[in-house]
Design a protein around this ligand. Structure first.
Ligand SMILES: Nc1ncnc2c1ncn2[C@@H]1O[C@H](COP(=O)(O)OP(=O)(O)OP(=O)(O)O)[C@@H](O)[C@H]1O
Ligand code: NI
Length: 306
């Protein structure tokens, strides 16, 4: 049984322009599962809904968001009450924004309150050493930290939490290459010890080095979930045209960008969300949004994928 299951998740925001109220669907019928011991890398363009998925799982979406669909943790529905109990303990977030640190608490204490096993002070000092944070940093307040130091503090907090699920939302930008390597190795280590890791990242290359599966997001939905081994060569084994395009646009591949851009939530097309940019699109694609279906040991949302 997967430790985390997201089934047909949709997230909408109410927005007012003058007196008119409009609802924007920013995530639609998104499906993803996470098994204990595995790293799932989530990739996709900016604005494709990656952070909102993380926030929906943690139960920290803004008040004007409404959601439908089901999120399950260990086989049981993750209700708002359960989210409050499990947050930071069994399900930990490494947030994309460093503003998640408590501005009024010394960072050493913040990390110590998350320590699950062992002596809080020594565990905090060990993890700081691992992430190259000098001992005097523990006495500092968040405003005294550089962006990189704040990020390493957030990583430390998740790593000492003993959580069964870690959701890391872009945990490494701006960090030194050796710290990035350390962090990625740590994710692999905790996963090998049974933790499930969702690694949201723009760094597809690193994701491919440590992840087991890749989920590709486009315009608020999953277009493909594939074993990492499929991402090689010219991408022949990749199922969805958008994932293929993403793969080919990498510098080490052919570096071929595709024309057009991801649609804005206020103007989503009627059928397949990728159809307007897809060379394979047919009339049917422009009419009905395809369901996620099983294909060659992965999942794809495209009627033409083989
Ligand atoms: N509070 C909000 N109100 C209205 N729309 C929002 C809100 N937060 C996010 N959105 C919209 O939801 C969509 C998905 O945002 P999200 O932050 O999940 O993207 P992302 O994939 O994490 O992008 P990035 O890679 O840039 O972090 C975007 O179109 C964004 O503008
Ligand atoms: Ni994000």
């Amino acid at each position: 049984m997967p430790i985390l299951e997201v089934e047909n998740l949709s997230v909408s925001f109410k927005q007012y322009t003058g007196l008119k109220q409009k609802t924007h669907k920013v995530i639609s019928s998104l499906n993803v599962t996470l098994e204990a011991g595995e790293i799932l890398a989530v990739v996709g363009a900016s604005g494709s809904g990656k952070s909102l998925l993380a926030h929906a799982i943690l139960g920290i979406l803004p008040r004007n968001a409404s959601i439908s669909g089901v999120i399950k943790y260990a086989g049981e529905e993750l209700t708002p009450d359960r989210q409050t109990v499990l947050r930071g303990k069994e399900i930990a977030l490494v947030p994309q924004s460093v503003n998640f640190l408590d501005p009024l608490m010394r960072v050493g204490s913040q990390v110590r309150t998350s320590v699950k096993n062992g002596n809080a002070v020594s565990v905090q000092r060990e993890v700081f050493e691992r992430y190259h944070l000098r001992q005097e940093v523990e006495k500092m307040y968040p405003f005294q930290l550089s962006g990189g130091m704040a990020r390493r503090t957030l990583l430390s907090t998740a790593m000492v939490s003993g959580a069964k699920v870690i959701i890391a939302d872009e945990p490494t930008p701006g960090l030194d290459p050796d710290v990035i390597k350390e962090a990625l190795n740590n994710f692999r280590e905790v996963a090998d010890n049974g933790c499930a890791v969702m690694l949201i990242t723009h760094d597809i290359e690193s994701a491919l080095n440590i992840a087991d599966k890749i989920a590709v997001f486009y315009a608020g939905t999953t277009v493909e979930v594939a074993p990492v081994e499929n991402f090689k060569g010219h991408g022949e084994e990749i199922r969805h045209p958008y994932s293929k395009a993403l793969w080919r646009a990498l510098p080490q591949n052919d570096f071929i960008p595709i024309p057009g851009s991801q649609p804005h939530p206020s103007s989503l097309p009627a059928g397949c969300l990728f159809a307007p940019r897809c060379v394979m699109a047919t009339t049917e694609c422009r009419q009905v949004q395809p369901e996620m279906r099983k294909l060659r040991g992965g999942m794809v949302r495209c009627i033409h994928a083989t």
